[in-house]
Design a protein around this ligand. Structure first.
Ligand SMILES: [Zn+2]
Length: 288
């Protein structure tokens, strides 16, 4: 047998296809891979979040609290009483909402009031729910307040904060449990949690749960949809930047109001009925 050096064919290092076409094909595959991976992570993340026990959420909030104190910072989870009369009234309404929602004793929900003139309300991990003076000042009656409180409390009962954060929160609890996360890291996590937005479907679920609670409380749902109609009017009037925060976390449109009305119709919940006024002192409490 003889061996001989043979020159390779000319095209051995170049594929038959146009190089740019090959590049485009690979780029497209990469984009598809990123999209699929992102989708899987978000689905899996949400699932993971839902598996986190409520107790772990409370525990993490507690850790953030301690971290903030150690850093000499104000904890985002410390309940401050800045307006005793107003806060005691809000708590009374919230307790009735909690009962209507069937919230168990073990699921601690903490109501926070901020006298900032911001039109906003939100719920975050550890059952911490925040209401701002700017938004409370707009409410026309107790029914709208009850709907608002029930909506935010529903985010807690439906575990939306932890599901929204998904894997990120599971990771934070994990690293914190084994002492991997720094006090500073925990504190910055705490401040980031106060601006969590929820998905559109989470908002719809919270609306549905809230409407059922309001029906239980008043025997009708009059005034509940009015909450969102009021928001829309505000927006059309161009209520300015202070309104944008709420809109950015709570998509508002006709569709949302239609959904609420549709749900009431389906369940045969009356949308007429006497509206319960806010206490006479409500406006003056807000002035404090
Ligand atoms: Zn919401």
């Amino acid at each position: 047998m003889r061996y001989e050096d043979r020159t390779p064919d000319d095209g051995v290092n170049t594929p038959g296809r146009h190089p740019l076409r090959e590049f485009l094909r690979l780029a497209l595959m990469a984009v598809i891979a990123v999209v699929v991976l992102g989708f899987l992570l978000s689905v899996l993340g949400g699932r993971l979040g839902g598996l986190v026990p409520y107790k772990a959420e409370l525990w993490l909030a507690d850790r953030i609290d301690t971290a903030a104190q150690k850093a000499g910072q104000e904890s985002p989870f410390k309940q401050e009483i800045v307006n005793p009369e107003l806060q005691s009234y809000l708590q009374t309404v919230a307790d009735r909402v909690a009962a209507a929602l069937g919230i168990e004793q073990s699921m601690t929900v903490t109501l926070h009031y901020s006298d900032e003139d911001v039109v906003n309300a939100f719920a975050t991990i550890g059952g911490h729910v925040y209401f701002f003076k700017g938004l409370l000042s707009l409410l026309p009656h107790e029914n709208a307040l009850a709907m608002l409180v029930a909506h935010e409390y529903s985010h807690v009962t439906l575990r939306h904060p932890v599901k929204g954060l998904g894997g990120g929160l599971a990771l934070a609890i994990g690293t914190s449990a084994v002492g991997l996360s720094s006090e500073n890291g925990l504190f910055s996590l705490g401040t980031r949690l106060t601006s969590t937005g929820f998905s559109r479907s989470m908002e719809t679920q919270a609306d549905q749960s809230a409407l059922a609670a309001v029906y239980k409380m008043y025997g009708h749902v009059n005034g509940a949809a009015a909450l969102f109609e009021l928001f829309m009017q505000q927006r059309e009037r161009g209520a300015g930047t202070q309104f944008e925060k709420f809109v950015s976390t709570h998509p508002l449109d006709k569709e949302r109001i239609d959904q609420i009305n549709e749900l009431a119709r389906e369940n045969g919940w009356l949308d007429i009925g006497d509206l319960t006024p806010l206490p006479n002192e409500y406006r003056s409490w807000l002035q404090q």
